[in-house]
Ligand binder design. Structure first.
Ligand SMILES: O=P(O)(O)OC[C@H]1O[C@H](O[C@H]2O[C@H](CO)[C@@H](O)[C@H](O)[C@H]2O)[C@H](O)[C@@H](O)[C@@H]1O
Length: 214
């Protein structure tokens, strides 16, 4: 895979401070890989107390939202800060578009069944989306897994496949992603048409790119 070099926000801290002068900062934070370390077991991706303390402090100064691929309840259980805004399932779980959730449950069960013979696979039900993890799968088996997932998805024309960090993400084909969620949250906060607002979004995965674009 081609290595892409992204500029570091830390190196440009002074520039960020300078362009945000006089504006109201709004913080958007991805969860996995940003607030928590990347680990083999998705259920063990805990954030540290130090990080929780930092986010708590941040939210005292700026409206702060967590935007995650995980379902809202799950990410809330990890973060446990009631004062934040939460957008789960890649932003689909703020207001809850109900379409797709029945499909997700069905495809989750099918994916569990069709991939159970591949050692190390982990299928995670994220309510509106499903994640198929291959971090713990032997690299030689990645092709077979991807084929199985594609075969299952053939029967679901309303679902699409995206890739994250050693994870295949199954999502409904609707015009909703982390970028749209960010716009929605800004609007709900009453900042949609303000020129003096400077939203900051921090994330580590491909699905965060929809939000970076916004
Ligand atoms: O948008 P995010 O909050 O970053 O969620 C994206 C996916 O994150 C999780 O998977 C990733 O982290 C796991 C734990 O560190 C790691 O084992 C896995 O390889 C990573 O892809 C989460 O489990 C997925 O459901 C999210 O969609």
């Amino acid at each position: 895979m081609k290595q892409v070099h992204h500029p570091s926000a830390v190196d440009m801290f002074e520039d960020i401070i300078s362009v945000s002068k006089g504006k109201k900062i709004v913080m958007f934070l991805d969860y996995d890989g940003t607030l928590s370390p990347i680990v083999d077991d998705p259920d063990q991706a805990f954030m540290s107390d130090d990080m929780r303390g930092t986010v708590r402090k941040l939210a005292r100064y700026f409206p702060t939202a967590i935007v995650s691929g995980r379902c809202r309840d799950k990410v809330y259980n990890f973060v446990q800060l009631a004062e934040l805004y939460y957008a789960g399932s890649h932003g689909m779980d703020i207001k809850g578009p109900s379409k797709g959730s029945k499909n997700s449950k069905k495809v989750y069960k099918e994916l569990l069944d069709k991939t159970k013979s591949i050692e190390g696979v982990r299928v995670e039900n994220n309510k509106f989306c499903v994640s198929v993890h291959f971090r713990c799968v032997d690299e030689k088996k990645w092709g077979e897994l991807s084929q199985q997932v594609s075969l299952v998805l053939k029967e679901y024309p309303k679902l699409k496949l995206c890739q994250g960090r050693k994870v295949l993400e199954i999502r409904p084909i609707i015009k909703w992603d982390k970028g749209k969620a960010l716009q929605f949250l800004l609007q709900s906060l009453g900042y949609a048409k303000c020129n003096d607002v400077f939203p900051i979004y921090i994330g580590d995965d491909r699905t965060d790119e929809d939000a970076f674009k916004v």
